[in-house]
Ligand binder design. Structure first.
Ligand SMILES: [Mg+2]
Length: 226
C-alpha cells in the first residue's frame, strides 16, 4: 500500500480566506459574535477543534448541539464564501496529482482538518475533489494525530488491505501539525511553505523533505515509486 495523503488549505489550494470568512459569518449569525477572536489559531487544526475553541473564547457552551448547529450552517455558507474569495489551486498541484495517478500502486488520499463536507465544497470549487476517494477529516477528531490514524483506517477500508511492512505513507502539508501527524502513522513527511508557515519554521519540525512548491515533485514521486 502506497498512499500520498494531502492536506488541503495551503497545500492543494489557497481558498483566499473562504474558510475563515464562513466561520466568521456563522459565528455572527448563530452566536451573535461580531468579530471572531484572533487568539484561536486556524492553520493545520481540525474544524472541530477551531470551532470548540471559538465557542469557548466567546462564552458559548462548547456542546455537541452547538457544534452540530455550527457545522450545518458552516457547510451551507462555504460555497458562497468560496465564490466571494479570491483563491487558487497552488503551483504544481495539478501536475503532481496527474503524475501520482499515473503511477502504479500509488493511491491519493486526504488528511485534513476540514470537515468532510467542507473538504468537498473547497475541492469541488477548485476542480480537485474527484481525485480523492478516501481520507481523514476534522468532523470528529480534534487532534491531527487522530485524524492521521483515521486516514490510514480509511485507506485500508478503501483498498481492502491492512498496512504491512511494505506500506509507505507520505503526508504532504504546509504546517508543523502536518509534519508531526506523519510521525503518528510512520509516514514520510513532506513540508511545503505555500501556506502561512515560513520554511525555517517547517524545517525546525524536521520533515523528511521540504520543497519550495509542489512544482518540485520529482523527489517525492521517486521516493514513493522506488
Ligand atoms: Mg494546511
Amino acid at each position: 500500500m502506497r498512499v500520498c495523503f494531502f492536506d488541503i488549505d495551503g497545500t492543494l489550494i489557497s481558498s483566499g480566506g473562504a474558510g475563515q470568512n464562513a466561520f466568521a459569518h456563522v459565528f455572527g449569525t448563530l452566536f451573535g459574535v461580531d468579530q471572531i477572536s484572533t487568539d484561536v489559531s486556524f492553520a493545520g487544526r481540525s474544524d472541530r477543534a477551531i470551532a470548540l475553541d471559538l465557542l469557548r473564547a466567546h462564552g458559548v457552551e462548547p456542546s455537541d448541539e452547538n457544534w452540530h448547529r455550527f457545522h450545518e450552517a458552516y457547510v451551507d455558507r462555504l460555497p458562497s464564501s468560496l465564490h466571494a474569495c479570491d483563491g487558487t489551486v497552488l503551483p504544481g498541484v495539478t501536475t503532481l496529482i496527474e503524475r501520482l495517478m499515473a503511477t502504479d500502486d500509488v493511491e491519493l488520499g486526504l488528511l485534513t482538518g476540514n470537515v468532510v463536507r467542507g473538504a468537498e465544497a473547497k475541492l469541488v470549487h477548485y476542480g480537485l475533489w474527484h481525485h480523492f476517494e478516501f481520507g481523514g477529516y476534522g468532523d470528529v477528531h480534534t487532534t491531527r494525530d487522530d485524524i492521521a490514524r483515521s486516514a490510514v483506517d480509511a485507506a485500508s477500508r478503501h483498498l481492502n488491505s491492512a498496512p504491512n511492512s511494505d506500506s509507505r505513507f507520505a503526508v504532504i502539508g504546509d504546517t508543523v501539525h502536518d509534519v508531526r501527524c506523519a510521525r503518528a502513522i510512520g509516514a514520510y513527511a513532506v513540508a511545503v511553505p505555500t501556506g502561512l508557515t515560513p520554511m525555517d519554521e517547517l524545517r525546525a519540525a524536521a520533515p523528511d523533505l521540504t520543497v519550495e512548491t509542489l512544482e518540485d515533485s520529482a523527489t517525492l514521486v521517486a521516493w514513493l515509486t522506488e
